[in-house]
Design a protein around this ligand. Sequence first.
Ligand code: ADP
Ligand code: MG
Length: 256
Amino acid sequence: MTQDPQARPSTGDALISIRDVTKFYGDFQALKDIDLDIHRGEVVALIGASGSGKSTLCRCINRLETITSGTITIDGKPLPEEGKELAKLRSEVGMVFQSFNLFGHMRAIDNVTLGPIKVKGVAKAEAEKQAMDLLARVGLTGKEHNLPSALSGGQQQRVAIARALAMQPKALLFDEPTSALDPEVIKEVLDVMTELAEAGMTMLVVTHEMGFARHVCDRVVFMDSGEIVEQGEPEAFFAAPSSDRARAFLSKILAH
Ligand code: ADP
Ligand code: MG
């Protein structure tokens, strides 16, 4: 095959590249030699028992935590330490938390416009127009002027997703986005996430929703005790996990 200089490198098109990353909290090692690439448009489920280091990994990618050693690059650029570059990175990699983290005193629309106006300098009218479109996209037309306290948990989480999208991120990290929700509203949040995945958004999703991991994600990454123990295509992973630790984990969560 002839070489096309315009072709993407054969090493793959990693948007998020994590190499030899370790993280200590004091003496405690929360991440051990993590190597992980997330490619453009890829949707990766990050699963594992409580305390295995999933949130820590997400927080390190978004630089909410510092890493002890190793490198993380986003779109080829290393994570900035602080200042303007860090704010830019945070806008490029959105994060959605279990606890929504909306500003309680601000209406849905103001939660969505805050970042674009404050961080990106978007004009208020333009930011509001965009926020109306995003809130419509997550199924919240008519709720734009509600305070978070006047929204259900599922609606609040969808505002949080619209807020993340408003920054036009290159990738989205979700840390157990449905774990704090009542069962009947979990689906409305997963549906929005499924639409984002189908639209080509690059996503890393910490989740206990094995149906979502299996049917929506391109790859499952299983962590235990701060390590990536195994990873693979969802069908193969769920049908026949190769490690004892993954088998033990799956038998616990799928037992009931
Ligand atoms: P998970 O999200 O998989 O439940 P975490 O990343 O939250 O796991 O935690 C991984 C480990 O690191 C746990 O043992 C937890 O107690 C520890 N840990 C997390 N955050 C801190 C912190 N700020 N200080 C000390 N230890 C922490
Ligand atoms: Mg966690």
